[in-house]
Design a protein around this ligand. Structure first.
Ligand code: ZN
Length: 462
């Protein structure tokens, strides 16, 4: 990371021909991946990326240039390339840089870099052995370990200077079970912005056993029912449905471009009063958190829907200025090679007052969804279809048989408006989420309590 004096010189070079704003983004990232398939440690990938991106804003125009080298020459070169859009003869004076301290710290007890790759490979072997011991139906076990450490330094012509460190570790187990020619797969994962303490005790074994148990149980699954019915979505990872179907529509660039069903609805009731939706980048140790976003704005908890009323959006500097709203600190980028865009951090539905048991008991017939897989959202109208990877029938107010082959279809506006019961059992996801937007991937989190959507279109063959 660089001394303030050099960063200020880079910013001054970037604004030498005028401009409204300049920014330097410095990044130093390490990543490690280990996988296990067919009982063998198959691949160890390790990477180290570093570089700098310089942005110059002149009116509506943005200049951006990056260099994958952190030498002073390259920094100044990037600044000169980014300012090519500017043509004034009068240089802009850059404010003195003031360092802003982070608002909180993550607790990291066992730094991943303190353990050897052999010790990490052992975590995968333990998950694999536990999954294989779960029953003769277990055919295939895949385990993935990943860790990442990204250090960033951001300075801008308004005098801001911040540093942040983001981390990630994760262990994912996928188990395929086979019986009578029928295959079923289940996954379990654990991770976060933590150290290796998140895998302490029997965690690797528990992930393997649980994934195997569910894959074997799904072998007895009945074909999913088809038609409109109530859908109860489990706490934690279930919120990925709302990330995809609702959250993206609350990112401020979609509001600016009128490409969201929520454009023009600020202050309107968009959900049941039991529903409060927030984006919270300040959850300690969770995957989608940061202390500063990738423009240096301090992270915050942003209320999007307050007791059913639409009250906010997730913005970066540019979209916030266009909307005339304060920036919410959601400007994120995959790396120094990318411009920031508005992105979710940890999208959460707050807990309500019902209980999970009461919601299920109050549902004569429906679908209980534990895990949602891939899907598609048509952005302008908000129509979506998701595959369901783990679900159960609700029959006479009880969770019954597992189902296979279910899909969930609906539209973004209705799915939020149709939440009619919210339990008190809030949980965060296990910490393995990634979100893609405009070709950029960033780690994200989700969280929610068990909740019920009054009616969704379930696709199935039963
Ligand atoms: Zn997403």
């Amino acid at each position: 990371m660089f001394e303030p004096e050099l960063l200020r010189r880079v910013l001054a070079t970037a604004l030498e021909r005028g401009g409204d704003f300049a920014e330097v983004y410095v990044e130093d990232s390490h990543a490690l991946g280990i996988s296990l398939d067919d009982d063998k440690i198959e691949r160890v990938s390790a990477g180290h990326d570093r570089g700098v991106g310089v942005r110059v804003v002149v009116g509506e125009a943005t200049g951006y240039a990056y260099a994958d080298d952190l030498s002073e020459t390259q920094l100044l070169e990037a600044a000169r390339a980014a300012r090519a859009i500017a043509s004034s003869a009068v240089p802009v004076t850059v404010a003195d840089l003031r360092r802003i301290p982070p608002g909180y710290e993550h607790q990291i007890r066992i730094a991943p870099e303190s353990a050897s790759e052999r010790e990490k490979a052992e975590l995968l072997r333990r998950s694999n052995a536990a999954a294989r011991a779960a029953g003769p139906e277990v055919r295939q076990v895949s385990v993935r370990y990943g860790e990442a450490r990204q250090r960033v330094q951001i300075a801008n012509s308004e005098g801001l200077l911040v540093e942040d460190e983001r981390r990630a570790v994760q262990l994912n187990v996928g188990v395929t079970a086979l019986r009578d020619g029928r295959l079923q797969t289940a996954n379990r994962a654990r991770g976060g912005q933590t150290g290796l303490e998140v895998f302490a005790g029997e965690v690797p074994e528990a992930l393997g056993r649980e994934a195997a148990r569910v894959a074997i149980e799904l072998l007895d699954a009945v074909p999913a029912p088809a038609g409109r019915m109530p859908v109860v979505i489990t706490n934690g990872w279930g919120a990925v449905l709302f990330h995809e179907a609702v959250g993206h529509g609350l990112e401020a660039d979609h509001i600016v471009h009128q490409s969201s069903v929520y454009a023009g609805r600020l202050g309107q009731q968009v959900a049941n009063p039991a529903v409060t939706l927030v984006d919270d980048a300040t959850i300690r140790n969770h995957r989608g958190s940061y202390r500063f976003d990738d423009e240096g704005t301090p992270a915050q908890r942003t209320v999007l829907v307050d007791a059913g009323t639409l009250v906010g959006f997730m913005s970066d500097r540019k979209s916030a200025a266009k909307l005339g709203m304060p920036c919410s600190g959601n400007g994120r980028r995959q790396s120094f090679q990318h411009l920031p865009v508005p992105r979710m951090s940890n999208l959460c539905i707050e807990p309500g007052h019902a209980t999970r048991e009461a919601i299920i008991a109050d549902t004569p017939r429906g679908l209980y969804v534990v895990s949602i897989g891939g899907g598609m959202v048509e952005p302008a109208r908000g129509e979506f279809v998701f595959s369901v990877t783990e679900a159960y029938l609700i029959e006479q107010g009880r969770i019954g048989r597992p189902v296979r082959g279910a899909t969930l279809a609906g539209d973004s506006f209705r799915v939020l408006a149709d939440i009619d019961a919210v339990a008190d059992d809030f949980a965060l996801d296990p910490g393995m989420g990634n979100c893609g937007k405009l070709g950029q991937w960033v780690p994200v989190g989700v969280g929610q309590p068990t909740l019920r959507v009054r009616e969704m279109l379930v696709g199935g063959t039963g």
